[in-house]
Design a protein around this ligand. Structure first.
Ligand code: PMP
Ligand code: GLU
Length: 384
């Protein structure tokens, strides 16, 4: 039977596929240290779990509003005001099944067949495929260390409709500074472009101010804000996220929800409300835990001859430079050391020469992984 090129031509997700490989290897008895998946090893707080089970027992087992529960939209808008200063009416927030679906909902609403979307790279593996699913054309642009505004401007054509920005960046952990954000907003204004802003790691910023395009009126008028509970609260499997849109436009985004997943389960949304109410108690601990791991991993990796690693200031990834053969290095770590990672080139050509390690494992396993990588480097150094 014939399948549509829409799916047959789509690249598989390198992050999800690696996680599947790790799962299969573990099922076959191998003890893999999984540093490949952006899935924090945080058990969802029991009070959040209780909220969901109570809601289920109380009968929250029906369809709910396709926009999201008013109370959760309120709480998301309040958190956004605290985080970036951007003021959204709860009616400008759409509750989605995860940030990935928020991204797809955003692109569905603004990308028509043949439209181009600029994607600075290295970047998360799903941006290009989500653009393609909407009939659009991703235009990847190499920007490892900074958003190069001249390069972005030069890539704009009459078909360009949007720029995807992500901060903190997956895979590098880089936090976009205010001048880069302001330059992108000015460029987007000049060319009447949307900014799709993915801030799913913004709660894991170690310190300092988080800069976002929606923080100014000019920016928020053309920004679609993708957010998620996944990384902040260790809730990846719950599938809970949100999309914030400029005032008055929500209807168009809502239609995509209505005709696809309909709504996020009510009991999941009730759990999300409790999660946000516990923000000040829970999130600083998680942030500190990841920061300590990034400091440790970056120092251990940087001490290895031929490897350079700077500790990022956010998130839970490290992105060491390992030399040109990143795919071979990652494969060797998996085959010889039982340490799973993702080659940097999976995040676009600009990520080549790096490996992404997700520090989403126990501290003991992380130290063990670092020991193994160091020993292998010593052996290979000695045999050279
Ligand atoms: N954006 C980025 C940059 C990510 O790394 C992820 C990880 N899955 C997502 C969005 C979406 O996450 P989720 O769908 O679990 O909210
Ligand atoms: N975002 C995470 C990662 O980059 C989870 C997997 C995915 O959705 O890509 O590993």
């Amino acid at each position: 039977m014939r399948l549509a090129p829409r799916v047959t031509n789509l690249k598989a997700s390198a992050t999800v596929e690696m996680t599947e490989r790790v799962r299969a290897a573990r099922a076959a008895g191998r003890k893999i240290i999984g540093l490949s998946s952006g899935d924090p090893n945080i058990a969802t707080d029991p009070r959040i779990v209780d909220a969901a089970t109570k809601a289920l027992r109380d009968g929250d087992t029906h369809y709910v509003s396709s926009n999201g529960n008013p109370a959760l939209r309120d709480a998301v808008a309040a958190r956004e005001l605290l985080r970036t200063g951007a003021s959204y009416a709860p009616t400008d927030i759409l509750i989605t099944p995860g940030g990935k679906f928020a991204l797809l909902a955003a692109l569905m609403a603004v990308v028509s067949a043949g439209d181009e979307v600029l994607v600075p790279e290295p970047g998360w593996v799903s941006y290009g495929p989500c653009i393609q699913l909407c009939g659009g054309v991703p235009v990847p642009l190499a920007m490892l260390d900074r958003i190069d505004i001249d390069q972005l401007a030069a890539a704009i054509t009459p078909r360009t409709v949007a720029i995807i920005l992500n901060s903190p960046v997956n895979p590098t952990g880089r936090v976009l500074p205010q001048d880069e954000i302001a330059a992108v907003v000015a460029l987007a204004e000049r060319h009447n472009l949307w900014i799709v802003f993915d801030q799913v790691y913004s709660d894991l910023l170690h310190e300092g101010r988080f800069c976002a395009p929606q923080a100014t009126p000019e920016g928020s008028a053309r920004t679609l804000v993708v957010d998620s509970f996944s990384k902040t609260f260790g809730m990846t499997g719950w599938r809970l996220g949100s999309l914030a849109v400029p005032g008055g436009l929500i209807k168009s985004f809502q239609r995509f929800m209505q005709h696809s997943v309909y709504c996020v389960p009510g009991f999941v949304q009730q759990a999300g409300e409790v999660a946000l109410s516990l923000y000040d108690e829970l999130v600083p601990q998680y942030r500190e835990m990841f920061r300590a791991r990034q400091t440790l991993a970056a120092a251990r990796l940087d001490a290895i001859p031929g490897v350079t690693c700077v500790a990022p200031t956010a998130g839970f990834y490290v992105f060491p430079a390992v030399g040109p053969a990143d795919a071979a290095v990652s494969a060797r770590w998996l085959d010889a050391l039982d340490v799973a990672s993702v080659p940097g080139s999976a995040f676009g050509a600009a990520g080549a020469g790096h490996v992404r390690l997700s520090l989403s494992t126990s501290d003991a396993d992380l130290v063990e992984a670092m020991d193994r990588i160091q020993r292998l480097a010593q052996q290979e150094g000695a045999s050279r």
